[in-house]
Design a binder for this molecule. Structure first.
Ligand SMILES: Cc1cc2nc3c(=O)[nH]c(=O)nc-3n(C[C@H](O)[C@H](O)[C@H](O)COP(=O)(O)OP(=O)(O)OC[C@H]3O[C@@H](n4cnc5c(N)ncnc54)[C@H](O)[C@@H]3O)c2cc1C
Length: 495
């Protein structure tokens, strides 16, 4: 019996599998598709934007260089001082100016190779993650479709026809149409679609007719992307289009003509699919021994490109908690903090995507709201607000402690060792800038779960010590002379 069976070898399932393998747990991944490659996962249709938070997750596990290489992105030198972001992306198609972000509002943003997002593809991400999982002893079985899930107090079984795969825990990472979600009885609620989106690779007879980038029109929105003929169209049809089969050339052309207000001609469609802005989320991410992560737990429109980032955040949050629970070392409530922390983050992303749809609707009220919003987004406050909304999640634990629950800054010790270096093996990290023997004594009792590093930092932001969880979230901070009692309390809470 495995410690954990993961259903789905998409980016979220593979990231999670690596996290569990890193912690020494036995993991089996079951994947329906016999082959990892598909034109929907490679460039250009599989192109995905990874946010700074996701890039940082790769960096913290020593996978940034392989990811950059697989994504054909150059390594960047780490600046001495925090720099403005290279991109803040867009809101509902309105691009934002990165130079307008007020960096003074992010005093904890220390220089790191992971301060910016990158463009990559699902294939690049999955290749890097599958390689890492394989090295860590994770078994990936392809061509296995899970059709039933049963559980009792001691274990859970994934069934593929009459073949059974028993485990102590099961995680559904099987995407937006998750079978695990349905089979394990998760409630899944939210809002129904306002639009049908089309994504296509096509040859246009007259490509010059369409504008480049995002174009909002009185009928919807269209988007021409990096490759000629790589198109997106949003049609506010209330989600009425029958998505059971791919759209024909004729249908796509008629929608594109109506939405773009042009007489564009599509000569040939090579690949096409549809999506909607249906936005739904499960009410909890755990039922007994079954958990969900990624699109299996939440779906929303691809606008603003956040689904993958949200899913990687889920996997990073869940991995170490489930590993410690399966190993029998976790504090009793640890696993339930997964839903408590990640559900509100998912809820905010769903609302972010709903807000974008609301100001893109081709009606007069929405256009008026959009015009007001565009004025606000063009201000320093507006751009900074969007930047903050798209920055790594922070968990609200209440309490007064500065930085607790936030993504940890990239502290660098005097010898050049970075926080990311110390997080590579998936342990927690106690950075003791004050080199206090009492903190060392506490940390050494948790030696197989916490790495203790003592000594001054190049920038300690005024802290005497910082405890960082394996997912890079600050668990506790100490003053110049840290209080060992409160440090020990934090260690007990999380480890
Ligand atoms: C056009 C488009 C553009 C996007 N752009 C971005 C972007 O720029 N940034 C971003 O963050 N997000 C983006 N997204 C969203 C992102 O692609 C998804 O959120 C992400 O792929 C979800 O990953 P996942 O691992 O949860 O699910 P998936 O990638 O769907 O993987 C699920 C896996 O489970 C397998 N599976 C399903 N059912 C079973 C079963 N019963 N048994 C076994 N295996 C099963 C599937 O074959 C699949 O391999 C975009 C989405 C679209 C459609």
């Amino acid at each position: 019996m495995h410690d954990v069976v993961i259903v789905g070898a998409g980016p979220v399932g593979l990231f999670l599998a690596g996290e569990l393998g890193l912690a020494g747990r036995s993991v089996l991944v079951l994947e329906r598709e016999p082959e990892p490659r598909s034109p929907w996962r490679s460039f250009p249709l599989g192109m995905r934007g990874l946010s700074a938070g996701s890039v940082e997750a790769f960096h913290r596990r020593g996978m940034l260089s392989p990811l950059l290489a697989a994504s054909d992105v150059d390594e960047r030198p780490v600046p001495d001082e925090p720099e403005p972001p290279r991109s803040v992306g867009h809101f509902a198609g309105t691009p934002l100016d990165p130079a307008a972000v007020d960096l003074a509002r992010f005093p904890h943003r220390l220089p790191s190779p992971a301060l910016d997002g990158i463009m990559t593809s699902l294939e690049a991400v999955e290749t890097v993650l599958a390689e890492r999982a394989g090295k860590l002893g994770v078994e990936i079985r392809r061509g296995v479709e899970v059709t039933a899930v049963t559980q009792d107090g001691s274990g859970v079984v994934a069934w593929a026809g009459d073949r059974e795969y028993p485990a102590r825990w099961l995680v559904g990472c099987d995407g937006g149409r998750s079978a695990v979600r349905r089979l394990a009885g998760f409630a899944f609620d939210g809002t129904e679609p306002q639009l049908t989106g089309y994504l296509a690779l096509a040859t246009l007879a007259d490509p010059g007719v369409l504008r480049r980038g995002f174009t909002v029109t009185p009928e919807g929105m269209y988007l021409t992307m990096s490759e000629p003929g790589h198109l997106g169209v949003l049609d506010f049809d209330g989600g009425a289009y029958d998505r059971s089969r791919p759209p024909t050339r004729e249908h796509l052309q008629s929608v594109l003509r109506r939405v773009s207000g042009t007489d564009v001609t599509i000569a040939e469609v090579h690949l096409a699919s549809t999506f909607t802005d249906r936005a739904k989320q499960t009410s909890t991410y755990r039922r007994g021994r079954v958990l969900l992560a990624g699109d299996a737990a939440h779906i929303h429109s691809p606008l603003g490109g956040q689904g993958l980032n949200l899913g990687i955040g889920d996997a990073m949050n869940l991995g170490w908690k489930l590993a410690a629970t399966a190993a029998g070392t976790a504090p009793s409530e640890l696993l339930d903090t997964y839903t408590a922390e990640r559900h509100p983050v998912g809820e905010r992303v769903l609302d972010w995507s709903r807000a974008q749809v609301a100001v893109m609707r081709p009606d007069r009220h929405s256009r008026a709201a959009r015009a007001v919003l565009e004025d606000l987004l063009a201000t320093r406050d507006g751009t900074t607000y969007v930047f903050e909304r798209l920055s790594p999640a922070r968990y609200d634990w209440g309490g007064e402690q500065r930085l607790a629950g936030h993504n940890a800054p990239e502290f660098v010790l005097a010898d050049g060792t970075t926080l990311a270096d110390l997080l590579h093996n998936g342990h927690g990290v106690a950075l003791d800038f004050s080199a206090d023997a009492r903190l060392h004594e506490v940390a050494s009792r948790y030696g197989n779960r916490i790495r203790y590093a003592a000594g001054p930092a190049r920038n300690d932001l005024g802290f005497g010590a910082v405890l960082v969880r394996p997912d890079g979230i600050v668990a506790w901070t100490g003053d110049r002379v840290p209080d060992p009692g409160s440090f020990e309390e934090a260690v007990r809470r999380w480890f």
